[in-house]
Design a protein around this ligand. Structure first.
Ligand code: ZN
Length: 171
C-alpha cells in the first residue's frame, strides 16, 4: 500500500475539495464503507471540515453541491487517483446489491402452507402492503411486531427460518 501522503503534493498540500491550507488528513474518495481502499489509490488530502461534511457520501454527489466545486477540481481528483466516474458509480451500485442480500423466505413459507397474501394478512393482522413488500423482498426494515407475528404464524423455531442473510456488509 502506497501511503496517501504521496498525493498531497499533487494538490499543493491543499484540501482537494476546497483548496484551503492547514491541517490535512487523508480522505477516502470512495468511502471505506463502500469498499474504498486506504492509501494512495483512493485518498486525497482534505481539510477536517470537508472530511467531516462528506462522510460516506458519493464523492461527486457531495462535492458537486459545494460552493468550491469546479469540474476541473473534480477531474483532478480522478486523474490523481487514476479512476473514473464509472468506477466510482460501480462501487456504489455494488453496495446496493449488497443490501438486497437479506432475503425473506415468505414465498416459500406461504407455499408450504398453501396460503396467499390476502389470507396471510388477515390471519396475522399485518397490513397487506407489508406482506406484499416482504413477499417481493422489497421491505428494508423489519419491525419486531412483524417478525413476531410471522414467526408465530409459521411456527418458526428461529428468525433464520424467516429471514436469510446471504452476506454481511463490511460496515
Ligand atoms: Zn476542504
Amino acid at each position: 500500500m502506497i501511503d496517501a501522503r504521496v498525493n498531497f503534493d499533487a494538490f499543493d498540500n491543499c484540501c482537494a475539495y476546497c483548496y484551503q491550507k492547514g491541517v490535512l488528513i487523508a480522505e477516502h474518495v470512495i468511502p471505506e464503507s463502500k469498499g474504498g481502499a486506504t492509501g494512495a489509490v483512493n485518498c486525497v488530502p482534505a481539510c477536517l471540515k470537508c472530511n467531516r461534511a462528506k462522510k460516506n457520501q458519493h464523492p461527486w454527489l457531495w462535492f458537486s453541491r459545494q460552493a468550491s466545486f469546479t469540474e476541473e477540481r473534480w477531474q483532478k481528483i480522478l486523474l490523481v487517483l487514476g479512476i473514473t466516474d464509472e468506477y466510482i458509480n460501480s462501487m456504489f451500485d455494488a453496495r446496493k446489491v449488497d443490501n438486497t442480500k437479506i432475503a425473506c423466505k415468505l414465498p416459500q413459507l406461504m407455499e408450504e402452507k398453501g396460503i396467499n397474501q390476502k389470507q396471510l394478512a388477515s390471519a396475522t393482522g399485518l397490513s397487506p402492503t407489508t406482506i406484499s413488500k416482504l413477499y417481493r423482498n422489497q421491505l428494508d426494515r423489519f419491525d419486531r411486531n412483524t417478525i413476531l407475528k410471522l414467526c408465530e404464524f409459521f411456527k418458526c423455531q428461529s428468525i433464520a427460518e424467516l429471514i436469510e442473510i446471504k452476506g454481511f456488509s463490511n460496515e
